[in-house]
Design a binder for this molecule. Structure first.
Ligand code: SF4
Length: 316
């Protein structure tokens, strides 16, 4: 399988770039996800010109107005960091990134809840965003971005990886000439994935794509991607998944006998009740897709949104 490209905070790969000369090796990012990904590793603090080791830094100021200072000597490295971030992001624009994994809690890389220390003492508030992370989010508002800590949550991890692979297919779509037919085909294979995240977006995007020929393609692509990434960001809850699974069951009404239908309905109910993982009904549906040669369903991304080796649908 062709590898996709993710940005990552360098210390998460085990590179010894932290202020104390250490790293924050993350086994899942390196050994599991790494089998499917080419990482672009950046350490903003080192690459903006600071040495290893270096004095630790933190965010200092108010909720909406803070700077990045060295902890003991109070040197302000904000301007240096922001200038480097702008240049780094300009280079990333041509890399066809599918997502970015940031190191949590860092005054440079932290995506949310980074501590901001009041300048004259007192308890820090956890409302900051690292300076590089903030620039990255502003530059790529639709890019899937997560922190390594949040990725330990199975639902967040699955959502992030799904969006990463959506972005990967989007880049592939744009790598060849795109017209209305290619957009309709792209939307068609993503229909049930979108429904699993947001039935409302599913309906709205269906109407949008039905009118694709009335629009200029570049404008349409922007509008469509915005809707797609907004929809897939929403949590695909068990009840939304159940809704999709029952829709898929409908394709097999002429093929399955009543025992087979009841068996699948029971598995879907057990999944919804949290007794078995999503992969169980999905595996049976994939079996029926092959057995009854359902070409439309065979193309549905929902049934195989990411490599099974990632085991993202194996949790109840
Ligand atoms: S958190 Fe970011 S800035 Fe800090 S060591 Fe890791 S990559 Fe470098």
């Amino acid at each position: 399988m062709e590898k996709l490209r993710l940005g990552v905070s360098s210390c998460l790969l085990g590179n010894e770039v932290r202020y104390d000369g250490g790293h924050k090796f993350d086994a899942w990012i390196v050994k599991t996800l790494g089998n499917f990904v080419d990482y672009i590793a950046l350490c903003p603090e080192h690459e903006c010109g600071l040495p290893i080791p270096r004095e630790a830094m933190n965010l200092s100021g108010k909720k909406d107005d803070y700077r990045m200072l060295t902890v003991k000597t109070g040197i302000d490295h904000s301007a240096r960091m922001l200038a480097w971030s702008e240049k780094a992001i300009a280079k990333l624009r041509s890399k066809q990134l599918c997502g970015y994994i940031l190191k949590s809690k860092s005054p440079s890389c932290g995506m949310e809840r980074v501590k901001i220390y009041p300048p004259h003492g007192g308890a820090p508030g956890k409302t900051g965003v690292g300076l590089f992370a903030r620039t990255l989010q502003q530059a790529f508002p639709l890019l899937p971005i997560e922190e390594e800590g949040r990725l330990h949550d199975a639902a967040i991890r699955e959502n992030f990886i799904e969006r990463v692979f959506v972005m990967h297919r989007w880049h592939k779509l744009l790598s060849a000439p795109v017209g209305a037919a290619e957009i309709i085909r792209f939307h068609s294979i993503h229909k049930y994935l979108i429904m699993a995240h947001s039935p409302q977006h599913y309906r709205q995007m269906g109407k949008l794509v039905a009118e694709v020929k009335k629009h200029a393609i570049p404008d349409f692509l922007d509008t469509y991607l915005q809707a797609l990434m907004t929809a897939t960001r929403l949590h695909a809850s068990p009840s939304k998944q159940q809704n999709v699974l029952l829709h898929l069951l409908g394709y097999f009404k002429p093929d399955l006998d009543s025992f087979e239908k009841q068996e699948l309905i029971q598995l879907i109910a057990q999944y919804k009740a949290g007794l078995i993982p999503l992969i169980v009904p999905i595996t049976l549906i994939n079996h029926y897709v092959r057995k009854y040669n359902k070409e439309y369903l065979a193309d549905q991304v929902y049934l195989q949104p990411h490599p099974v080796e990632l085991k993202l649908r194996n949790h109840a």
